[in-house]
Design a protein around this ligand. Structure first.
Ligand SMILES: Cc1cc2nc3c(=O)[nH]c(=O)nc-3n(C[C@H](O)[C@H](O)[C@H](O)COP(=O)(O)OP(=O)(O)OC[C@H]3O[C@@H](n4cnc5c(N)ncnc54)[C@H](O)[C@@H]3O)c2cc1C
Length: 444
């Protein structure tokens, strides 16, 4: 219908791919440029010795409506790993830390009864005040009043110090790769309110064919050039000139779906609001380290959280054997180890051997006798997950009001107040819908 409206999407992570898919479904002509030889960005998979290693994102939950809709439309099967256990380490012991209902809150044995009751009271106060669960995947929609304090201080004040240290901060270091002192209370409250609300299902899911399966399926339906880094992006009388090593093309609309750092290096002459936003966005750094282990070593435990107050190097272990056949082979599987941000920043320039050695030493100090067969693989992520602090949430909100789409240039990705793969995917959909709405108003 509008096929003469040419759009370029720069970056084939889940945000860019969702956007391209929606644009194509809406009848626009779209081309995706991807710098790396493979697609998926922080949602990719590497496979060696018969075991798959999800180098970035490694699970979905049922509440991911955008991602699961894509999986459904594209015929990618998903499998439920739940029921599984989440556990937190405290003083050499492990305590159950599942938190998907009020009943779970009462059973959080890693903190005293008093903290659990304070947490329940806090949830009830929030529910009375906000009526509906807040939307963690669209932090721009969270109330201003929660966006003046960091999550750790809020939890310490509203609940307790031990909750802040052993539940919130442990969860944050594991899922966001930074301390909860670096996030807005709005992000914490939004996630907590969704997790505890029975209308959102946080059961753990895996895609059949590994995390890469959804990006691969989308890429099968939109044109993507891989190994094709965009090196220049210049405003042009007809839109934007996109330059790569082998081509230079003009598009009416450009969607910059890279991380903020990569967008910043391309936007030397872009609109001020977009340039300011990507310049100011900060990320947590992490290294995803993987070891080969006997497949049943962690039983039904999905994730093993290690609070910063207990250990300053390792923040978590994830049990890959729960995913099924591609992550198990002849009795072996993998554990993925996450690091606290301060350790990751220190180790990010060290050799693989040095990282494996230090991580192994820390793991054995936490769990003596743990059978780690051998180092398997690792992936460094200098820009792992954006820091959703108060300033970032406010900056993105005002960019979305006044800067998004200026001159046909759109930003999308998880740093636009859109955490995790679900947020990134929704941010791609939102941009596509804005472009389609405008295109339907312009005579072709
Ligand atoms: C270790 C780790 C574990 C995680 N675990 C989970 C999890 O279990 N569940 C979850 O929901 N989320 C998880 N996340 C977060 C999730 O992976 C991200 O939020 C999401 O994948 C971001 O998608 P994106 O499309 O915004 O960005 P990206 O995936 O980073 O995509 C950006 C793309 O742009 C490309 N690019 C950059 N520069 C250029 C250029 N000049 N030209 C062309 N292309 C370019 C990049 O190569 C990349 O492919 C995890 C993240 C990490 C790092």
């Amino acid at each position: 219908m509008h096929s003469s409206t040419r759009c370029a999407v720069i970056g084939a992570g889940i945000a860019g791919l969702t956007c391209a898919y929606e644009l194509k479904q809406g009848g626009l002509s779209v081309h995706v440029y991807e710098r790396d030889p493979t697609i998926g960005g922080r949602m990719g998979t590497r496979c060696k010795h018969h075991l798959a290693f999800d180098v970035g994102a490694n699970f979905l939950v049922r509440a991911y409506t955008s991602v699961l809709q894509l999986a459904d439309e594209l015929g990618v099967a998903v499998r439920c790993a739940s029921p599984v256990e989440q556990v937190v380490y405290r003083g050499g012991q492990l305590y159950r830390m599942n938190m998907t209902s009020m009943r779970d809150v009462l059973r959080l044995k890693g903190v005293r009864l008093w903290s659990r009751l304070e947490l329940m009271a806090c949830v009830i106060r929030l529910r009375l005040k906000h009526r509906q669960a807040l939307d963690f995947f669209d932090l721009s929609s969270t109330p201003d009043e929660l966006n003046h304090e960091d999550a750790y201080s809020y939890a310490r004040r509203e609940i307790s110090q031990e909750f802040a240290d052993y539940i919130l901060d442990a969860f944050h270091s594991c899922m966001m790769f930074s301390r909860s002192t670096e996030a807005s209370a709005a992000a914490f409250v939004a996630l907590l309110s969704m997790m505890i609300d029975p209308s959102f299902d946080f059961s753990i899911l895996h895609t059949v064919g590994d995390m890469q399966a959804i990006p691969d399926a989308i890429a099968g339906s939109v044109p993507v050039s891989t190994g094709c880094a965009v090196t220049g992006l210049e405003p042009d009388a007809r839109g934007w000139r996109v330059t790569t090593a082998g081509s230079s093309q003009v598009y009416r609309n450009v969607v910059l779906a890279t991380t903020a750092g990569a967008a910043h290096s391309l936007l030397s002459r872009g609109p001020t609001a977009a340039r300011e936003l990507v310049r100011a966005t900060r990320y947590a750094t992490t290294i995803n380290v993987s070891f080969r282990v006997p497949r049943n070593i962690l039983g039904r435990v999905h994730c093993f959280y290690i609070p910063y107050v207990e250990n300053q190097v390792v923040s978590e272990l994830t049990n890959e054997s729960l995913k099924g056949e591609t992550t198990t082979h002849e009795g072996w599987s993998l554990i993925n180890v996450g690091l606290h941000e301060s350790a990751a920043r220190e180790l990010v320039e060290r050799t693989d051997g040095e990282v494996f050695e230090l991580v192994k030493k820390e793991l054995l100090s936490l769990k003596p006798g743990l059978h780690l067969a051998e180092p398997y693989d690792l992936q460094r992520w200098p820009e792992a997950i954006p820091k959703y602090d108060c300033a970032q949430i406010a900056r993105v909100r005002s960019f979305q009001e006044v800067g998004q789409g200026e001159g046909g240039l759109y930003l999308c990705g998880d740093y636009l107040n859109a955490p995790w793969i679900e947020g990134a995917s929704r941010s791609g959909r939102k941009v596509a819908r804005s472009i389609l709405t405008l295109a339907s108003q312009v005579p072709q």
